[in-house]
Design a protein around this ligand. Structure first.
Ligand code: G3H
Ligand code: 13P
Ligand code: ZN
Length: 308
């Protein structure tokens, strides 16, 4: 069933696990993620960025999820990832999304509050929940390049004030992750001390971790073996994500890992079977790698398997 994330995030806080939120762009991703969630009896959040909407278009994204729900009886959220302004959030609310993110984190506190509040008011009138963000992730976030040393961790007191002023339903915080395949130059490290302070000040607000791909070494190696250039690719190890899921992170965002899994499958097929030109062959291998990736995260890392 298509649901808002309200109940599943509440349960995740009570039972100390995290829900996986996976970015979708085409049918293979939707099938792989929904099949994985059904096999693990897990709730799942499917999220689309502005780029995904531009690429696949809302009616297709929605209908593919509806098709998955004809096959599988699991709670699914359709979520807008990194909505840049009121207009895109409104468009998604009006088109049946059950959750939207307004990401005004690049603006100052007051403007972030103002933009978030406007989306919250509209979304809540329509029964839709809102994720917001405070603090800046290192690396690349949408069109904005934030240099590593400019990275601003979330200030816990500000986070509390922000939630009180906006009434947002969940909050993305910056504790050391970043988007993409190059998250750490040295050792992977998250600021669990900040997470702890945030949770003590706003214990009832579900916390979201963006930029949380592991950059799974096996898939990076497969990609490289078959010609990809990914020098220094590094993500958040499973153990750290598992710790986050037990210490108050309720939603963990994953896109890069699925892109790498699909790319590994396609590259492997092209090189090992150069006679192949049927897209179903290489997309099919990529789809099976995505499914394995999502099942692993749900079962072994996030703790959401069996929580549907
Ligand atoms: O947070 C960003 C997501 O990975 C989406 O990326 O804007 O290229 O679709 P995208
Ligand atoms: P990754 O690039 O680490 O997969 O992060 C995805 C994300 O945060 C989507 O909003
Ligand atoms: Zn993100």
């Amino acid at each position: 069933m298509l649901v808002t994330s309200k109940e599943m995030l509440k349960k995740s806080m009570e039972e100390k696990f995290a829900i996986g939120a996976f970015n979708i762009n085409n049918m293979e991703f939707v099938q792989a993620i929904m099949d994985a969630a059904a096999s693990q009896n897990s709730p799942v959040i499917l999220q689309t960025s502005a780029g995904a909407i531009k690429y696949a278009r809302i009616p297709y994204l929605k209908k593919m999820i509806e098709a998955g729900l004809e096959e599988h009886d699991i709670p699914v959220v359709l979520h807008l990832d990194h909505g840049a302004d009121f207009e895109i959030c409104k468009m998604c609310v009006d088109n049946g999304y059950t959750s939207v993110m307004i990401d005004a984190s690049k603006y100052d506190f007051e403007k972030n509050v103002e933009m978030t509040k406007k989306v919250v008011d509209y979304a809540h009138e329509h029964g839709v929940v809102v994720e917001a963000e405070i603090g800046t992730l290192a690396g690349v976030e949408d069109d904005v390049n934030v240099a590593d040393d400019d990275a601003k961790y979330t200030n816990p007191e500000q986070a509390q004030e922000f939630v009180e002023k906006t009434g947002c339903d969940s909050l993305a915080i910056a504790i050391g992750t970043s988007h993409g395949a190059y998250k750490f130059k040295g050792e992977a490290k998250l600021r669990f001390d900040i997470l702890e302070q945030v949770k003590s000040l706003i214990p009832n607000t579900p916390i979201v971790l963006h930029g949380a791909s592991t950059v799974i070494p096996e898939y990076v190696e497969l990609c490289k073996k078959y010609g990809a250039k990914l020098p220094g690719a590094k993500g958040v190890p499973d153990e750290i994500l598992h710790e986050a899921s037990t210490r108050g992170v309720s939603k963990i965002n994953v896109d890069t890992d699925l892109r790498l899994a699909m790319t590994a499958g396609a590259r492997q097929t092209f090189v090992e079977s150069p006679e192949v030109f049927d897209p179903r062959t290489y997309l099919g291998v990529g789809r099976s790698y995505i499914r394995e990736t999502v099942e692993h995260k749900m079962r072994d890392v996030f703790g959401c398997a069996g929580k549907a």
